[in-house]
Design a binder for this molecule. Structure first.
Ligand SMILES: Cc1cc2nc3c(=O)[nH]c(=O)nc-3n(C[C@H](O)[C@H](O)[C@H](O)COP(=O)(O)O)c2cc1C
Length: 157
C-alpha cells in the first residue's frame, strides 16, 4: 500500500504529516511526504492572488497511491489558498480515496468543507476528515490523535 501525505508546511500541519509518516513506516506502508509550495509565501497575499498562484512542485501522477491525505493549517477560518491550488491541480482524482485534516487553535470554520467541495467537484472519494486543535504546540500526547485518526479510517483504504 502507498500513501501520499500532502500538506502546507506551516505550524502544526508539518508535525501531523511527520507523525503520519512514522505511523505508516512502522506498519510497512509506503509513504511519501509532499510539502505543498507556492512562490508566494505570504498567506495574506495568497488569499488575494489565489487564482494566480503556481505550485513550485506540481505532481505528475497520483496513480501509485491508494490514499492521499491532504492537510492544511486553518487561517481565517479556512484552508490555505496554496492547498486549494494543489487540489485543483491534482491529476485524475476520479474514485481516488482521500482523507483530509486541518490544524488550528480551535476555530475550524470551513477549512474541511472548502477542501471537500473542491475534491467533490473532481469526483474524488473522501473517506474521513479530522481537525486537530490546540492553543498549545502539539506535543507527543496530542500527536497520538494521528494514530487514532488512522485507526478510524484504515479499514476503508
Ligand atoms: C493570521 C492567522 C489566522 C488564523 N486563523 C485561524 C482560524 O481561523 N482558526 C484556527 O483554528 N486557527 C487559526 N490560526 C492558527 C493557526 O492555524 C496555527 O495553529 C497557529 O498559527 C500555530 O502555528 P504557528 O506555531 O506556526 O504559529 C490562525 C493563525 C494566524 C497567524
Amino acid at each position: 500500500m502507498n500513501i501520499l501525505v500532502a500538506y502546507y508546511p506551516l505550524g502544526e500541519a508539518s508535525k501531523i504529516a511527520k507523525r503520519f509518516e512514522e505511523v505508516f513506516k512502522t506498519r510497512n506502508i509506503g509513504v511519501d511526504l509532499y510539502p505543498i509550495c507556492v512562490e508566494e509565501k505570504d498567506i495574506k497575499k495568497q488569499f488575494k492572488t489565489e487564482k494566480q498562484l503556481i505550485l513550485e512542485n506540481p505532481i505528475d501522477s497520483i496513480k501509485k497511491y491508494d490514499l492521499i491525505i491532504i492537510g492544511t493549517p486553518i487561517i481565517s477560518f479556512t484552508a490555505v489558498p496554496a492547498v486549494n491550488v494543489f487540489i485543483r491541480n491534482l491529476p485524475t482524482t476520479k474514485d481516488k480515496k482521500f482523507c483530509l485534516f486541518a490544524t488550528g487553535i480551535g476555530l475550524p470554520g470551513k477549512a474541511i468543507k472548502k477542501m471537500s467541495s473542491l475534491l467533490s467537484m473532481k469526483s474524488a472519494k473522501i473517506i474521513d476528515t479530522h481537525v486537530f486543535s490546540s492553543i498549545f504546540e502539539f506535543d507527543a500526547r496530542k500527536l497520538k490523535e494521528v494514530d487514532a485518526f488512522f485507526a478510524k479510517f484504515e479499514k476503508q483504504i
